[in-house]
Ligand binder design. Structure first.
Ligand SMILES: NC(=O)c1ccc[n+]([C@@H]2O[C@H](COP(=O)([O-])OP(=O)(O)OC[C@H]3O[C@@H](n4cnc5c(N)ncnc54)[C@H](O)[C@@H]3O)[C@@H](O)[C@H]2O)c1
Length: 245
C-alpha cells in the first residue's frame, strides 16, 4: 500500500520545475494527479508520460472559471479530490524606483490571489473527504524580507497568512492546510541567477526532489497532526548568517 493509493491531487504550475517533481512523485506513490499550468505543451507531455494516473488541464491560476473546471476534471476523471498543491508562481524584481504598480499587481494576482482562488474552488470537494490537505508553496521570502523583491516577498508572506486563516476555517471539516518555505532550489525560476550560498550551512542549491519529500509528507496522512504551520526547507538560510567554513 502506497501513501497516495486512492488519492487525487490537483497541482498548479505542475508542468516543470518543482511542480513537475511533485507530480512525478505522486504518481510513483500510487496517486492520481491533475497537472495544471499555462505551459500546455510541457504539461501535456508530462501527463502523457505518466500515463493513466495523470491528466493535464490548462489553468491560469488568476482565472476562477479555469480553477472550477480543473476541480470538475479531477472529480469526473478520478472520482474526487483529496489534495490541492498551490505551486504556481512567478518572480519579478526591482527597487522602489523601478518596480511598477503593474509589476506588483501581476505577481500578487498569480502568487497570492491565484492560491486563494484555488482554495475557494477546491474546498467544496476537499471537505467531502474524512481528511484532506492543502499545501501552499510559499518561500523563505514568506519569512524574511529581500531587497528588490517587493511583490514576491509580499505575496509569499500573504500566502503564509492565508494558510493560517484557511486552516482555522476548515480544520473541523478535516482539511489540513500548511505552507512550505523553500530556499534557493535548482529550477527554471533560479536559472541564470547569481546565488551566493557561501554563508549558508548547506552551501548549495536545493534540488526539486528534496522539496517534493516535504510536500508529499504534508499532502499525506503522515502529517495528520500538522495544520496552519510553516515548513522550511532552505539549507539553513534562515538559521543565520556566516556559516563557519
Ligand atoms: N526555485 C526556487 O528557488 C524557489 C524558492 C522558493 C519558492 N519557490 C516557489 O516554488 C514554486 C514553483 O517554482 P519553481 O521554482 O518550480 O519555478 P518554475 O518557474 O519552474 O515553475 C513555476 C510554474 O508556475 C507556472 N505558472 C506561472 N504563472 C502561472 C499562472 N498564471 N497560472 C498557472 N501556472 C503558472 C509556470 O508556467 C511554471 O510551470 C513557485 O511558487 C515559486 O515561487 C521557488
Amino acid at each position: 500500500m502506497s501513501r497516495f493509493d486512492g488519492k487525487v491531487v490537483l497541482i498548479s504550475g505542475g508542468a516543470r520545475g518543482m511542480g513537475e517533481s511533485h507530480s512525478r512523485a505522486i504518481v510513483a506513490e500510487g496517486g492520481k494527479v491533475v497537472i495544471t499550468d499555462v505551459l500546455d505543451a510541457e504539461g501535456q507531455t508530462l501527463a502523457d508520460e505518466l500515463g493513466e494516473s495523470a491528466v493535464y488541464a490548462h489553468l491560469d491560476v488568476t482565472n476562477e472559471e479555469e480553477w472550477l473546471a480543473a476541480v470538475k476534471l479531477a472529480v469526473d476523471t478520478f472520482g474526487g479530490l483529496n489534495v490541492l498543491i498551490n505551486n504556481a508562481g512567478i518572480a519579478n524584481f526591482g527597487t522602489l524606483d523601478t518596480y511598477t504598480a503593474k509589476d506588483w499587481s501581476l505577481i500578487i494576482g498569480i502568487n497570492l490571489t491565484g492560491a486563494f482562488l484555488g482554495i475557494k474552488s477546491a474546498a467544496p470537494e476537499l471537505v467531502k473527504n474524512e481528511t484532506s490537505s492543502i499545501v501552499n508553496i510559499s518561500s523563505t521570502a514568506g519569512m524574511q524580507g529581500f531587497a528588490a523583491l517587493h511583490g514576491y516577498t509580499a505575496s509569499k508572506f500573504g500566502l503564509r497568512g492565508l494558510t493560517k486563516s484557511v486552516a482555522m476555517e476548515l480544520g473541523h471539516q478535516g482539511v489540513r492546510v500548511n505552507s512550505v518555505h523553500p530556499g534557493n532550489i535548482r529550477t527554471p525560476m533560479t536559472d541564470g541567477l547569481e546565488i551566493d550560498d557561501s554563508s549558508t550551512p548547506i552551501p548549495r542549491l536545493g534540488e526539486p526532489e528534496e522539496v517534493t519529500k516535504m510536500v508529499l509528507f504534508l499532502a499525506s496522512e503522515d502529517a495528520s497532526y500538522s495544520t496552519g504551520s510553516e515548513f522550511i526547507i532552505d539549507g539553513g538560510v534562515l538559521a543565520g548568517d556566516g556559516a563557519v567554513n
